[in-house]
Design a protein around this ligand. Structure first.
Ligand SMILES: Cc1ncc(COP(=O)(O)O)c(C=O)c1O
Length: 373
């Protein structure tokens, strides 16, 4: 009896068997023909890498144990000791913590580029600068980078452009098609989508970079387990549906918050008042994603009061699950910044980040309404 499952089974094994030495040599002779050891490769992690690669329009990808592992792998694929990187100042706090606390110890230094200067890098570039890291839509203030122009500027200076596409997803934006060299994800977020997986992925176009990524994944042990890969692949199958619904709900909530007297400011690229609204509309395929931030008055008591009253938005410092949640950048994702850096970026006491889920939006708005009352 031939058993042919419709779905790839979970290859929950750390190692694969060989018949004899001839078969072992086949493994080394024909790349991709067999599996040896799950840290080196596993059908489930390969399936995830290939699925993300296809969505992003890349030439190859790796799946990693987290989004942080993806960022680390991408930087290490382009840099070595003595090199310098540029990083958008508006970036996930974990990315800047990795650069500041760890990569400097390996001899890779970083300079931060204010959002307004991402298209004018001249004064930041050094002879050893190798790349610029930025986000398509920034965490937590939802600033939208003009990737085509940023890529042109990077290439003018001989730099690679590495884009963290976590907030946007390839449903909105495919950075590689706009000129980026590497696109990466915290798969933990929209790609997996159900708040039950920690994973990452890195996609590239240049075969030399892809080969480096694969080696870094294996040698540093950044690769992803079969079970996590399988869950992420399952989540990814509904990405298209989810992102549409997340975006639809987020726009309605952003409009509601924008008209609420207790709300000082709303950050959402779908609002016509957003400074990059036009760019977001063009670059985002008509969708603006499920993330938004808003400001209450800058008082801890006001934030706590809101958090305690709101029922459908638990305070859970992650994002992009099918269920809504809120987070607090000052105390979580951007905690490692200095108070001056937080202030400069606009990450203040009253700033709340919302991950809008796919629940009925009228229920979400009713909940926000009672919490803000
Ligand atoms: C934009 C962005 N990139 C990367 C990461 C890191 O991903 P992970 O937590 O999967 O390591 C996060 C986490 O919040 C993020 O928001």
């Amino acid at each position: 009896m031939k058993i042919t499952p419709k779905i790839t089974p979970i290859y929950q094994t750390s190692v694969f068997k060989f018949e004899d030495l001839n078969e072992l040599e086949l493994y080394f002779g024909e790349p991709g023909s067999r599996y040896l050891y799950s840290r080196n490769g596993n059908p489930n992690s390969d399936e995830l890498a290939e699925a993300v690669n296809k969505l992003e329009g890349g030439a190859g990808a790796i799946a990693t144990g987290s989004g942080m592992a993806a960022i680390f792998a991408a930087i290490m694929a382009c840099c070595q000791a003595g090199d310098h990187v540029l990083c958008a100042a508006d970036i996930y706090g974990g990315s800047s913590a990795l650069l500041n606390a760890e990569l400097t110890r390996l001899g890779i230094s970083a300079t931060y580029v204010p959002f307004e200067q991402l298209e004018a890098l001249q004064s930041f570039v050094q002879p050893t600068t190798r790349l610029l890291l930025c986000e398509t839509i920034s965490n937590p203030l939802l600033r939208v980078a003009d990737l085509r122009r940023v890529a042109e500027e990077c290439h003018r200076h001989g730099l690679k452009l590495v884009v963290d596409n976590t907030f946007a997803t390839p449903l909105l934006t495919r950075p590689l098609a706009l000129g980026a060299d590497i696109s990466l994800h915290s798969v933990t977020k929209y790609i997996a989508g159900h708040s039950d997986v920690t994973a990452g992925a890195v996609v590239a176009t240049d075969p030399a970079i892809i080969a480096r990524l694969k080696q870094i994944g294996v040698f540093y042990g950044l690769t992803l387990s079969p079970m996590e890969s399988w869950l992420a692949v399952r989540g990814l199958k509904t990405l298209r549906l989810r992102v549409r619904e997340h975006s639809h709900n987020a726009l309605a909530i952003a409009q509601f918050l924008n008209n609420h007297p207790a709300v000082k400011e709303v950050y959402y690229p779908g609002l016509t008042s957003h400074p990059q609204h036009q760019l977001a509309a063009e670059q985002g395929n008509g969708l603006y994603g499920g993330m938004l931030s808003f400001k209450l008055t800058d008082e801890t008591a006001a934030v706590n009061n809101f958090m305690q009253r709101v029922k459908r938005f638990p305070f859970a410092p992650s994002l992009a699950g099918v269920d809504s949640s809120i987070s607090y950048p000052l105390g979580t994702s951007h905690r490692s910044l200095t108070p001056a850096q937080q202030e400069e970026l606009g990450i203040t006491v009253g700033l709340i980040r919302v991950s809008v889920g796919i629940e009925p939006v009228e229920e979400l708005i009713a909940d926000l309404e009672q919490a803000l009352a």
